[in-house]
Design a binder for this molecule. Sequence first.
Ligand SMILES: [Zn+2]
Length: 169
Amino acid sequence: MRGELEVAVGTYDELSRADQYLLDQAKEVRDKAHAPYSHYRVGSAVREKSGITATGCNVEVYTYTQTGHAETNAIANLVAQLGPEIELVAVAVVGGSESESMAWPPVPESGAVTLEEMAFCCGNCLATIGEFVSPAGVKLIDVFRGHICQVMFANALPVSFQKRHLMGE
Ligand SMILES: [Zn+2]
């Protein structure tokens, strides 16, 4: 049984210029990923409420456990730019096997994308996003077979332990 997961599916052209720019940045930094073991390259771009953005890519380490994820690296770069009081409003992720070609701007393939094939941020990255979530929430934007999929952070991790529990909110 699966609960209601609100995912919006659309096209690149339907995005705002700010969200297109964020996805473009994620795609660009993906090319810099260090993924010699998984061959799965991920780029992420994050936007703060001020409009300022930062990027990160996955950086694999031969010990595996020290591997850095694109989203957490992007957030660390944003904190390095602006300090610890950042409030995230959007996180874009572009990932996939390095053997797959990816048209850009993305062109939707025929057929609907399914929840099973969607891969938004991992639980570890979601928790890091949760550390800096803005009061208005954080929009997660990802690309699957050329379709743009969006889900709000609160819907991506609905029943998990979150910062508000620790803060008594
Ligand atoms: Zn992750």
